[in-house]
Design a protein around this ligand. Structure first.
Ligand code: 5AD
Ligand code: SF4
Length: 439
């Protein structure tokens, strides 16, 4: 049975990418502003927002099992809102399949949640998957308290239409938030305690706008402006498309000290034939050339990427080209996935779908290669001195966990506090983290 009372407490559960983490935080702030309180740890919330991800099949299955799990023994359930990309893609289907769900709200419409909650409390279910002209950013409350590292959405959507990907369908066309809005939010985040800002967008390096003087600017111009903010010590950005790595953005890596030496640049495959079938509009050699140009201005840059194994038609030889690319690049860290056919995308109906066992085997081999690469990168960092931004307490007493400029997880012991920038020497490295001593 569906809940129909005004909620006093909420919980937001986010899945998937950093965009979703950001959206989840913004929804939480919106609900708090409405006088609904975050549910205490372990207690059931009156309102549960499932902020979903549609990028791969498993992510979608999770939504339905989560909805099922919210059902109480007597068959009732809290008020449930499904948000995010599954909401956008399968709104009506969720309503039909999951009778305990009261609200379905897409990633561009969640500023309308308060009105939907009022409707739901009156017993009316609603789906809102509009991509309205008014932007949610204008309707959301200002952020008052944030951790030392904060995300800031500057760009949303994607026009690239890679043949495997749902993002252009769920998040819509590329839009850039205006320069002044981003600058104002960055200022507020720094005032609220942020020391590191990660500018996020599905295609963040496609950001365009006009700077304070009305001149056309790209992401490099935005970063240059933010780097002037006193109190802000680190800037990062993610995720980028290889074709949008402009000369200016590459140059910024060599010139802006606050811009951290880390670049997440998905490549997906090491085979030019597969890249064409994916509609990636870059080749392995154009990708490698871009990396060379970044390395020329910032030799210590840590590189990261995304990979898909088992794209339809991928042969063993083509997969080996991916392994060869991994060897050639020397990534610091990467994400790798089995291809998942997404409804409505061209790749889903392509010939040559790869058997699940084959995909498992390729993913294992790729992940072993990526682990070796991360380990080699981390071992090469041992002996370096750097600053670590403290993000949380470690598992052992007196231990802290933070991030190096190269986005490595670093453990160390000593007198430090959350958000501190601590000088350390890296002393020991594994594939996923390093140890350090304070200097
Ligand atoms: N199957 C598997 N992985 C996918 N990705 C996007 N779509 C799919 C899909 N259908 C991966 C890509 C992308 C990352 C965010 O998710 O590697 O860069
Ligand atoms: Fe998806 Fe390709 Fe756009 Fe990335 S660039 S969001 S993989 S369509």
């Amino acid at each position: 049975m569906r809940a129909t009372t005004a909620p006093k407490t909420y919980r937001v559960k986010s899945f998937g990418c950093q965009m979703n983490v950001y959206d989840g935080e913004r929804m939480a702030e919106l609900l708090s502003q409405q006088g609904i309180a975050p549910a205490p740890e372990g207690a059931e919330a009156d309102l549960v927002v499932l902020n979903t991800c549609h990028i791969r099949e498993k992510a979608v299955d999770k939504v339905y099992s989560d909805i099922g799990r919210l059902r109480r023994e007597d068959g009732t359930a809290p008020l449930i809102a499904v948000a995010g990309c599954v909401a956008q893609a399968e709104g009506e289907e969720i309503m039909a399949r999951a009778p305990t769900v009261s609200m379905v709200v897409g990633p561009q419409a969640y500023h309308r949640l308060p009105a939907m909650i009022a409707e739901a409390a009156a017993g009316r279910r609603a789906v809102d998957t509009d991509m309205p002209a008014e932007t949610k950013f204008d309707a959301l409350p200002a952020r008052r308290k944030v951790g030392p590292g904060a995300f800031l959405t500057v760009q949303e959507g994607c026009d690239k239409f890679c043949t495997y990907c749902v993002v252009p369908h769920t998040r819509g066309a590329e839009i850039s938030r205006p320069f002044a809005d981003v600058a104002a939010e960055a200022q507020r985040l720094v005032e609220a305690g942020a020391k590191e800002l990660t500018l996020i967008g599905q295609n963040v390096n496609a950001w365009t706008g006009k700077d304070a003087n009305g001149r056309a600017a790209g992401l490099d111009g935005l970063i240059r402006h933010l780097a002037e903010l006193p109190g802000l010590t680190r800037i990062r950005y993610t995720t980028s498309h290889p074709n949008d790595m402009t000369e200016e953005l590459i140059a910024a890596h060599g010139e802006i000290e606050k811009l951290m030496p880390f670049l997440h640049l998905p490549v997906q495959s090491g085979s030019d034939r597969v890249l064409r079938a994916m509609n990636r509009s870059h080749t392995t050699s154009s990708y490698l050339r871009t990396l060379d140009r970044v390395r020329a201005v910032r030799p210590d840059i840590a590189l990261s990427g995304d990979f898909i194994v088992g794209f339809p038609g991928e042969t063993e030889d083509e997969f080996r080209e991916t392994l060869a690319l991994v060897e050639a690049v020397g990534y610091a860290q990467c994400f790798s996935f089995k291809y998942s056919p997404r409804p409505g995308t061209p790749a889903a109906t392509m010939d040559g779908q790869i058997a699940p066992q084959e995909m498992d085997e390729r993913l294992q081999r790729l992940q072993a290669a990526l682990q070796r690469s991360s380990l080699a990168f981390n071992l090469a960092s041992v002996g370096k001195r750097c600053t670590v931004m403290v993000e949380r307490k470690g598992k052992l007493p007196g231990q802290w966990l933070g991030k190096s400029p190269w986005l490595q997880s670093v453990h160390f012991e000593g007198a430090a506090g959350l958000g501190d920038l601590v000088e350390v020497e890296l002393t020991q490295g594994g594939p996923n983290s390093l140890h350090a001593v304070m200097v």
